[in-house]
Design a protein around this ligand. Structure first.
Ligand code: UT7
Length: 328
């Protein structure tokens, strides 16, 4: 027995910044950003927070699944951009949803691999019989961690949340495959943080002079890591579960960069049509990118019963991993 996704939900801020808006902050252009990343727009919080987006995405996922908040016995939130350090985002989601029977905790620091790791944690608990109904969420206000003066990073990121209701059931447990390489951690760091982003909140950008308060990234190192490790881990997870590539319907990759997704498809010799993308609209939303995309595909009716999906995340740590799921 393992977990089955019964429903999905998402929430993205209504305020949209396109590439021309970014070009007013740093020396760049719509053409450069689209060519190098595929990103055209990103949604940025104004009134929304990591908690409020997680609550909204979670509520929509429960409605979509036809599951009441009282039925949920596990809430996991993957985030690197919680509103506050304590209490954790998952407990705040529990409070807002009234999921009074749930055990709640965050997976902090798992970054762009966060949703895959949270999903794996939930399915392991479900397979072990510890819990029966899990709400798994990725929610991020990355705009609060972004240096809006650094064109090497600020072009990439956006805010949003995605969620999935996972219930015990299904005929088999798909083993996930995950890896970490702490020795390469310097490639993507954030040593401290502000609350607020200086764009849509009160913080004064001119006073935000210490780079350590923001994400710092060796873009090329992360790019090379992703295009090498993601195809490898996808092959590993398929082999571990004795599934052939031709039996996979969709690969839902963390939405970091269109060129990364295309390179992974090419290395796996798979058609790009098997790699849905929505990074054009949202940019890189870290732990939220996979469940936001999953929700989009679910609501558009693109996912059909019995289809096999591989999810793959990669990011800071460095961490990466892949999981297989069969659509309900
Ligand atoms: O969730 C995981 C998180 N991270 C990622 O997935 C990021 C992975 N890396 C990337 O996506 C890419 O490395 C970037 C999009 C960040 C950068 O693209 P790139 O093709 O690796 O560019 P580059 O850093 O090699 O820079 C090429 C040139 C440089 O100019 P010179 O030295 O050739 O004259 C940069 O200064 O482009 C310049 N450049 C820019 N120009 C216009 C760098 N950023 C910009 C920019 N606008 N925003």
């Amino acid at each position: 027995m393992t977990g089955i996704i019964y429903g999905t939900g998402a929430c993205t801020p209504s305020y949209i910044m396109d590439n021309n808006d970014i070009a007013k902050l740093v020396e760049t252009s719509d053409e450069w950003i689209q060519e190098r990343t595929g990103v055209a727009r990103r949604h940025i919080i104004t009134e929304e927070t990591t908690v409020s987006m997680a609550v909204q995405a979670g509520r929509r996922a429960l409605e979509n699944a036809g599951v009441s908040p009282e039925e949920v016995d596990l809430i996991l939130v993957a985030t690197i951009s919680s509103n506050v350090i304590l209490p954790c985002t998952a407990c705040q989601v529990q409070k807002e949803l009234g999921a009074i029977h749930a055990t709640c905790f965050d997976l902090g620091g798992a970054a762009c691999t966060g949703f895959v790791l949270a999903y794996n944690t939930a399915t392991a608990y479900l397979a072990g019989g510890v819990y029966k109904t899990a709400l798994v969420i990725g929610s991020e206000s990355l705009s609060n961690l972004t240096n809006w003066k650094d064109r090497g990073t600020c072009i990439l990121f956006g805010d949003g949340a995605g969620a999935a209701v996972v219930k015990a059931g299904g005929e088999r447990y798909y083993l996930p495959v995950t890896h970490s390489e702490g020795s390469k951690g310097d490639a993507l760091t954030c040593k401290s943080r502000y609350q607020g982003n200086g764009l849509t909140s009160e913080i004064n950008l001119e006073e935000m002079i210490d780079d350590e308060h923001f994400m710092q990234m060796d873009g090329q190192a992360v790019f090379k890591f992703a295009v090498k490790k993601v195809p490898e881990v996808i092959r590993e997870v398929l082999e571990a579960n004795e599934i052939e590539q031709e039996d996979v319907d969709y690969y839902i990759l963390h939405q970091a960069n269109q060129r990364i997704v295309e390179a992974v498809a090419k290395r796996l010799k798979e058609p790009i049509e098997k790699f849905p993308m929505n990074l054009q609209e949202y940019g890189n939303t870290s732990s939220a990118s996979i469940p936001i995309l999953l929700d989009e595909l679910n609501r558009k009716g693109i996912l059909k019963s019995g289809q096999k999906i591989v999810m793959a995340g990669f990011g800071a740590g460095l961490t990466w991993g892949a999981s297989i799921l069969k659509w309900k």
